[in-house]
Write a protein that binds this ligand. Structure first.
Ligand code: ADP
Ligand code: MG
Length: 381
């Protein structure tokens, strides 16, 4: 399985030497003040708040009808047995379920058929076209009377948001391992012409492995667009903590660089356990104006915390990603030769994406998916 370059093959050697616990190194390594911070005016830092996981995501409200438990239909799937609810997001509820015959565990995301079916179609079509170790595997889609069920690989480790909450800010080497995987996954999506537009730890799942470094996989393509076949990318979508300035501004075409901005924000969150731009007070503000946050994003104004030492190399990379002008922002192509990014990068990581381009592992053909989605337009409640 050579293509699992972040997976078992490369990792086997390091399997006996698990990464140190995230905080273990810090008491012995005194925090060194960053030279960058000397010039930065001090701004309030927004801690990762557990209060509201979606942190004001610009998205429609989650459907309150539970397709499996309540509602007029009391839906029972012949194929999958419900085990428990594992997630709620802007678009739907996610359940852990078990295949009744094979007992394989899967995750099923239910999206309300009463909503904008074009958005559901886009998410499903884009996700089903992405077969990659750093993208959660799309399996199939089915209909209940009120919902569209998206069946996918189950990631037992939860999402990266919870992981960071549990572990706190990560050691730079751990952050790199996660960041490299995410970048390779994002590069693959871009090669397939799909821009995610909502990359964030909540949309990144963790596959923890005994005595091995965790794998991460991108899971949510709810805001994704295929820049070849879907209309120009101009809508203002995403999540305030991670949204790129050109997307926030609205009305302007944007593309892959918007995902690179989000990667820069994620890197910051991994290293510091805080948001670079999201201002605490804005989280309380129900008006959705996010006034202070918007100002900070539009001027790429963030602080390099003094209490956590990270290397100048990673700060350089982060700064190159958090550049307001998308044309000047670092690209994945440039990242391949970045010294911090390249360190310990599995040697076939770059080739992996070319190899994966033609693979497809969905259980259904594009035609079958299309037929189901066409039927989904007719609500049967
Ligand atoms: N395949 C999966 N395995 C485990 N947990 C998942 C899976 N898919 C989603 N989740 C959990 O459900 C949450 C919501 O799913 P997501 O696809 O992001 O929905 P939304 O589009 O509504 O944000 C995720 O943040 C994650 O915690
Ligand atoms: Mg989500």
């Amino acid at each position: 399985m050579g293509w699992l370059c972040f997976g078992s093959q490369q990792d086997r050697k390091s399997a006996e030497t698990p990464l140190p616990p995230p905080k273990a190194w810090s008491p012995t390594s005194p925090a060194q003040p960053s030279t960058d911070s000397a010039q930065e005016p001090r701004l309030p830092l927004a801690p990762l708040t557990p209060v509201n996981r979606s942190n004001g995501a610009i998205s429609p409200p989650a459907p309150d009808q539970d397709p499996w438990e309540t509602g007029p239909t009391q839906f029972v799937s012949k194929k999958y047995k419900r085990l428990k609810k594992i997630g709620t997001g802007g678009f739907g509820n996610v359940y852990l379920a078990e295949h009744r015959d094979t007992h394989e565990q899967v995750a099923i995301k239910f999206m309300d058929r009463g909503g904008d079916i074009r958005l559901i179609r886009r998410e499903i079509v884009n996700h089903s076209n992405l077969c990659h170790p750093q993208v959660i595997q799309f399996k199939e889609v089915f209909l209940t009377p009120g919902s569209v069920g998206l069946v996918m690989e189950y990631a037992p480790g939860g999402d990266l948001f919870d992981y960071i909450q549990q572990h706190g800010n990560l050691h730079e080497d751990q952050a790199r391992w996660i960041f490299q995987q995410l970048t390779v996954g994002v590069d693959f999506c871009h090669k397939k012409s799909i821009v995610n537009r909502d990359l964030k730890p909540e949309n990144t799942l963790v596959v923890s492995r005994r005595n091995q470094k965790p794998l991460v996989k991108i899971c949510d393509f709810g805001y994704s667009k295929n820049k070849e076949i879907q209309s120009m990318l101009v809508s203002k979508v995403g999540t305030p903590g991670y949204i790129a300035p050109e997307v926030l501004e609205g009305g302007r075409a944007h593309g892959p660089p918007a995902d690179l901005w989000s990667l820069g924000c994620i890197l910051y969150v991994l290293l510091y356990g805080r948001y670079p731009f999201l201002v605490d007070a804005d989280l309380e503000d129900q008006s959705g104006s996010f006034s202070q946050t918007v100002k900070k994003i539009m001027s790429a104004h963030y602080e390099i915390p003094e209490d956590i030492y990270v290397s100048p190399e990673v700060i350089h990379l982060m700064r190159s990603l958090l550049i307001v002008n998308p044309e000047q922002r670092m690209t994945v192509e440039q990242m391949w030769s970045d010294p911090w990014f390249r360190k310990n990068l599995p040697k076939d990581a770059r080739l992996l994406n070319d190899k994966m381009m033609k693979r497809r592992d969905a259980y259904q053909t594009p035609q079958q998916i299309d037929a189901i989605l066409t039927q989904a337009q007719r609500r049967e409640t």
